[in-house]
Design a protein around this ligand. Structure first.
Ligand SMILES: Nc1nc2c(ncn2[C@@H]2O[C@H](COP(=O)(O)OP(=O)(O)OP(=O)(O)O)[C@@H](O)[C@H]2O)c(=O)[nH]1
Ligand SMILES: [Mg+2]
Length: 216
């Protein structure tokens, strides 16, 4: 994740905007709706005949959250098994991942669990993982119970939401919830650094001490 202030000048009436940029990867079995969720979030659209992804697709989206512009760099991976070996290229270095399953297909929930295990073993240890039970609009064909997925998510410390790329249910909410965590971490870190700088400015003696330690 990279983050920076938009400028060092503070113009009394204008609030300073911070930028928090982070890499997000979508994983999950084929046809669960990964590309459709991204299309809904980035363009507000849905396509009944969404084509299968080849390799991976990249999309970016910026959203304002309080005083921060959150820039999502989204890698939408292909769910077909033959692309599995490419996945580490996309989740390595990612600050967040959305693992998607289709609530009408229990085998996709099992596949999602395998992705979560792989992420927990091989991705960055601080990665924020969300589980999305997609196609919630097909509730009459549901074969994965909400409670079952929620319990699994709680046990595994994942964010969990049921979504529908078709009706837009919980799509923005999911992306914003997952964006908030890395950006909150950044805010906590940057306010700590700011505090340190302010403290140093108030205590020039401390700077002299730090300098002499560095030189020694
Ligand atoms: N009813 C319903 N259909 C959906 C939803 N999301 C996606 N679909 C449909 O499911 C099919 C697969 O969607 P994709 O977005 O291509 O799925 P994917 O996970 O990206 O698939 P791969 O790229 O092959 O891995 C398409 O026909 C979509 O229109 C949803 O929320 N509800
Ligand atoms: Mg796709």
């Amino acid at each position: 994740m990279s983050s920076r202030g938009s400028g060092s000048r503070s113009n009394g009436s204008l609030p300073q905007t911070k930028i928090c940029q982070f890499k997000l990867v979508l994983l999950g079995d084929m046809a669960v709706g990964k590309s459709s969720l991204v299309l809904r979030f980035v363009k507000g659209q849905f396509d009944e005949f969404q084509e299968t992804t080849i390799g991976a697709a990249f999309l970016a989206q910026s959203v304002c959250l309080d005083d921060t512009t959150v820039k999502f760099e989204i890698w939408d991976t292909a769910g077909q098994e033959r692309y599995h070996s490419l996945a580490p290229m996309y989740y390595r270095g990612a600050q967040a991942a959305i693992v998607v399953f289709d609530i009408t297909k229990p085998e996709t929930f099992e596949r999602a669990k395998a992705w979560v295990k792989e992420l927990q073993r091989q991705a960055s240890p601080n990665i924020v993982i969300a589980l999305a039970g997609n196609k919630a609009d097909l509730a009459e064909k549901r074969l994965v119970e909400y409670e079952e997925a929620q319990t699994y998510a709680e046990d595994t410390s994942l964010l969990f939401m049921e979504t529908s790329a078709k009706t837009a249910m919980n799509v923005n909410e999911l992306f914003l919830a997952i964006g908030e965590t890395p950006c909150t971490r950044f805010k906590t870190f940057s306010s700590f650094v700011n505090e340190l700088i302010m403290w140093n400015m108030r205590c020039p003696l401390l700077i002299l001490l730090q300098l002499s330690f560095t030189l020694l």
